[in-house]
Design a protein around this ligand. Structure first.
Ligand SMILES: C[S@@+](CC[C@H](N)C(=O)[O-])C[C@H]1O[C@@H](n2cnc3c(N)ncnc32)[C@H](O)[C@@H]1O
Length: 272
């Protein structure tokens, strides 16, 4: 069995466990909303009404439904059956007839999609790509699905998150404070575990070349904290709103942009 064939079911099992609570814990949290709003700002600038976008690791479908509300058709995929079930139920309830299709398909098998026409762009939000071991292969597969000039917007967890280091050091948990720094960690949910990889922006640029060039890079959640700080920030809504304003100012600056919870990269497909 290849390493990918082993890793893939493990990610699916872990996210199946999380699926029912995911929207409560992240999507609808104050911090989740703050971080996602920044990604949505970028989405509306890059994708336009009439586009057909491929979304990887779509989770419960929050972004696919947002894109559909903006006139964008979405083919959305995820490895977790539970996530896809929830996303499909939301589509039926919240936007029946919207041009969105949810597919149970791991990113490692995205080449099996074989669409009748090429996509206008590709999108991946909030760390699904951190669960993929062979991102070089993924980049090569994605290159076959879009034409030169098309955008790829990906949001991954960073290697170094300042908030995480400070928060867990202050709580005396040094292992968690620096868990990302080696570039690889194991996340556990119940009895299931999944390997999570934390490539740097430089590494991602190399992995996505030569078919893609990096057009821009911004931090997501630079002064806005990671979602596990929700309990504390919930009692400090004014502070969160201040941090959101600070993020708007500094998230594009070198250094700051790679020290947040996530980083948002805009690649463009080019002819190698
Ligand atoms: C943190 S959630 C993000 C979900 C969604 N993109 C969002 O913005 O809310 C990560 C998602 O990645 C999916 N995922 C993890 N590994 C994957 C893989 N190898 N292929 C496809 N999806 C994967 C999980 O099932 C989960 O839905």
């Amino acid at each position: 069995m290849t390493p990918l064939a082993v890793a893939q079911p493990r990610a699916a099992l872990v996210f199946d466990q999380m699926a029912r609570q995911y929207d409560d814990v992240f999507t609808n949290s104050m911090i989740g909303r703050a971080q996602r709003d920044t990604v949505w700002n970028a989405l509306t600038q890059i994708f336009h009404s009439g586009d057909h976008v491929l979304e990887l690791n779509c989770g419960t479908g929050e972004d696919a439904l947002f894109l559909a509300r903006n006139g964008v058709s979405v083919t959305a995929c995820d490895t977790s059956e539970q996530m896809i079930q929830i996303a499909s139920a939301r589509l039926r309830k919240e936007a029946p007839g919207a041009p969105v299709r949810f597919n149970l398909l791991p990113t490692e098998q995205i080449r099996d999609l074989q669409p009748s026409t090429q996509f206008d762009g590709i999108f991946s939000n909030f760390s699904g790509l951190n669960c993929v071991l062979n991102l070089k292969q993924t980049a090569e597969d994605l290159a076959t699905l879009i034409s030169p000039g098309a955008p790829v917007l990906v949001c991954l967890s960073t290697r170094f998150c300042l908030w995480e280091m400070l928060w867990f050091v202050l709580h005396g948990n040094f292992r968690k404070a620096f868990r990302r720094c080696s570039g690889r960690a194991t996340a556990a949910v119940g009895e299931f575990t999944v390997d999570v990889y934390y490539p740097t922006v430089r590494k991602l640029q190399i992995l996505f070349s030569p078919s893609f060039v990096l057009r821009s890079c911004a931090g997501i959640g630079v002064t806005v904290p990671p979602s596990y700080v929700e309990g504390w920030i919930h009692n400090h809504p004014k502070l969160l709103s201040m941090l959101r304003t600070i993020d708007k100012t500094i998230s594009g600056y070198p250094v700051f942009r790679v020290l947040g919870d996530h980083v948002l990269l805009h690649f463009e497909r080019v002819r190698p």
